[in-house]
Ligand binder design. Structure first.
Ligand SMILES: [Zn+2]
Length: 680
């Protein structure tokens, strides 16, 4: 059956970045992309990516790289290449946990589920936390709740000594990066850290569990990296340059991203055996999880013998990059990326995104076959080893730094494309308006447009909200924080309790997450329309007036923070620079709009080239204090991956370092002034 979709263009005629003539020219192209993309193709692609476990560095993930390249060539993409990066990529050798007196070995395995035949595979490896240190220790276990600093403080107050003990922490929902828990555990002197999935967070307390519902069953566990990539992402041996065969490498152990603590994941089926043996004071009410007994702080009455061993190997990873070359401005790049590697099958994370990307690429290939060629170059990227330390995208960004800084318009990331039906977009504030505009053009599977359903999610104002405070946790990091490229991250969200477990599989997506693959297709359509518009715009629709207004809000918040921490810092110069930036940003877009209306090509093209440089002006080559790889002065990740606004200044204030705060305020003012001056 041929799926026919009517495209809801009526809502908007004129649009930032486009003359009306150009918009009219693009309409049929957008319709063609939208109608070419088919849910059943997304499903077929998804089955291929989820057929076998495909961790970074595995033969299967290389096979999939070759598959992607072959498909892209068939679609008509040009210069399709597999790009090799040799990187530090440890795999697990041993993970064992035994209760000493009880002589009870924990299973540390996820049980097969009859309804999901992939859960039976013996190719599923040992579960682990990548970049964990090795350990062989026998010690009692203490319960540290989420494993945040305030949790350890409470334990100390209650007289529970954690030093030398094994810490048992639950994962945090909403998500807080496990590397932060590892760093905290390391600082507090525990001998090892176990991260378990409590049923209150992503299991039966949330609702029905897989295979009947989306939540995690008893033995599910969450693998994942614990590397400190909030200090440095990418291969720890090459901070700031690309890992290439025969290149220059530092020893991995010296990197600011390497943990010295050992950590491993656990299901609540196993963790229960530890929690039941806790002695000591009762845990506070907020620490009580979903298991049917009183949680205690510990230590356990029995000792745990824990062995964690990983190899220390360098392995090759493979990015796949292909392009549709621009006819008029080939050196200007619009980059669409998704990672390919998964902890196991990666049903949602990332294979839903991979399936959407294949369909997006195929639709562009069809468009090309019908005679169209993009004005600017559109690049497709299938990243490797995102799960380890955003490795593939970071290495490629470092490799192509010069060309990206000279000509990248934007990077559009999709990690997981669909675990449900709630559209969510995060982006730098300059792209927020554009992302809302695109949503008016893309049909929602429930009827109406993606914009309509996106706006309905915001019960207060019925306006679509773009999350503009960017932390980390996916492949956009190198583009924003190292290169100063405007970025966006797109997904359809839903209840999802099997993240990084063996149950994040084809069957979970096919039966539970997105039956019919309608949201995979919707995401592919959104991505395609956004890519097309950026490649074809008259001037890039980056709204720096809106960006600067938001930054003034950040300055207000930071001023309050300084008062709270009693740090004397004057932000009036920064505020004046932000105000000038706002005015120049608004005037630039207004002039560009007039210039396209009057056909003054040289004028709007000049403004376009200026707009492309603004995000770059917010970088400082010196980088942030203690983590010089992070060069953007408005955003950086906290160790939790939560966004930190005005990071240089914020960190200085939180450290109560007045001299540094004043220096950071001056540095921020200069960056804002540079951004304003680009648009003069
Ligand atoms: Zn992912």
């Amino acid at each position: 059956m041929v799926l026919s979709v009517t495209t809801p263009f009526a809502a908007q005629v004129s649009r930032v970045g486009f003359s009306n003539t150009n918009r009219a020219r693009l309409k049929p192209l957008e319709s063609q992309l939208i109608n070419t993309i088919r849910a059943e193709n997304c499903r077929a692609q998804h089955r291929i990516f989820t057929l076998k476990p495909h961790m970074a560095g595995s033969a299967r993930n290389y096979e999939l790289a070759e598959y992607v390249a072959k498909q892209w060539r068939e679609y008509g993409l040009e210069d399709v290449q597999l790009i090799e990066h040799p990187v530090y990529l440890p795999w697990p050798i041993r993970y064992e946990a035994t209760l000493v007196n009880a002589k009870q070995k924990l299973s540390l395995r996820e049980e097969p589920i009859p309804q999901d035949k992939d859960s039976y595979s013996d190719e599923v490896g040992i579960s682990y936390c990548a970049y964990s240190a090795d350990v062989d220790v026998t010690a009692p276990v203490v319960y540290v709740n989420s494993g945040n600093p305030e949790d350890y403080d409470l334990l100390a107050q209650r007289g529970v000594d954690v030093r030398g003990k094994i810490a048992l922490a639950r994962y945090s929902v909403p998500y807080s990066y496990r590397g932060f828990k590892a760093q905290t555990a390391q600082k507090r002197g525990v001998s090892a850290l176990i991260l378990y999935s409590d049923p209150a967070d992503d299991g039966f307390k949330k609702g029905s569990v897989y295979p009947n519902g989306p939540w995690g069953p008893e033995s599910h566990l969450q693998r994942g990296g614990i590397v400190y990539d909030f200090n440095l992402p990418g291969d720890p041996r090459t901070p700031g340059w690309a890992s290439v065969p025969g290149g220059r490498f530092l020893p991995a152990e010296t990197a600011v991203s390497m943990p010295t603590v050992a950590a491993a994941p656990m299901s609540y089926k196993d963790a229960r055996l530890l929690l039941e043996k806790m002695t000591g004071p009762e845990a506070p009410r907020e620490w009580q999880g979903g298991l049917p007994f009183k949680y205690r702080l510990g230590p356990t009455s029995d000792q745990l013998h824990l062995v964690i061993e990983n190899d220390k190997k360098i392995r090759s990873i493979w990015n796949v990059v292909g392009r549709l070359k621009g006819s008029e401005r080939p050196d200007e790049w619009v980059v669409l990326g998704n990672h390919r590697d998964a902890w196991v099958y990666g049903g949602v994370d990332p294979s839903s995104g991979s399936a959407s990307m294949m369909e997006t690429a195929r639709a562009f290939g069809e468009l090309k076959r019908s005679g169209w060629q993009p004005k600017r170059t559109i690049i497709f990227a299938s990243w490797d080893a995102e799960e380890f330390t955003l490795t593939g995208s970071t290495e490629w960004g470092e490799l192509e730094a010069d060309r990206l800084k000279a000509g990248a318009l934007a990077y559009l990331n999709v990690d997981s494309s669909s675990s449900g039906s709630a559209f969510s977009a995060s982006a730098v504030p300059a792209l927020a308006g554009f992302l809302r505009d695109v949503a008016h053009d893309v049909p929602d599977p429930r009827g109406g447009t993606v914009y309509d359903s996106w706006a309905r999610q915001n019960k207060n104002s019925k306006e679509a909200v773009v999350t503009t405070r960017l932390g980390s946790g996916s492949d956009y990091t190198v583009f924003l924080n190292f290169l100063g490229v405007p970025v966006a991250d797109l997904t359809f969200d839903g209840p999802y309790g099997v993240y990084h477990s063996v149950y994040d599989s084809f069957n979970w997506v096919d039966r539970v997450g997105d039956p019919g693959y309608r949201y995979h297709a919707a995401l592919a359509r959104y991505w395609a329309v956004a890519g097309l518009e950026l490649s074809e715009c008259d001037y890039v629709p980056l709204d720096y007036g809106a960006y600067a207004i938001e930054v003034q809000q950040y300055l207000n918040e930071t001023e309050q923070l300084a008062q709270k921490f009693n740090v004397d810092v004057n932000l009036s110069a920064a505020r004046a620079a932000a105000k000038a930036w706002e005015t120049n940003g608004r005037v630039a877009l207004e002039s560009a709009r007039k210039a396209v209306d009057t056909g003054d090509t040289s004028r709007f093209e000049r403004i376009h080239e200026e707009l492309m440089k603004v995000e770059r002006a917010l970088l400082d080559p010196e980088g942030l204090n203690g983590r010089p790889w992070f060069k953007h002065l408005l955003y950086a990740p906290r160790p939790t991956y939560k966004a930190m606004i005005l990071p240089g200044l914020t960190e200085a204030i939180e450290a109560k370092d007045t001299a540094r705060a004043q220096m950071e305020a001056a540095r921020l003012t200069q960056a804002l002034q540079r951004a304003a001056d680009v648009l003069k």
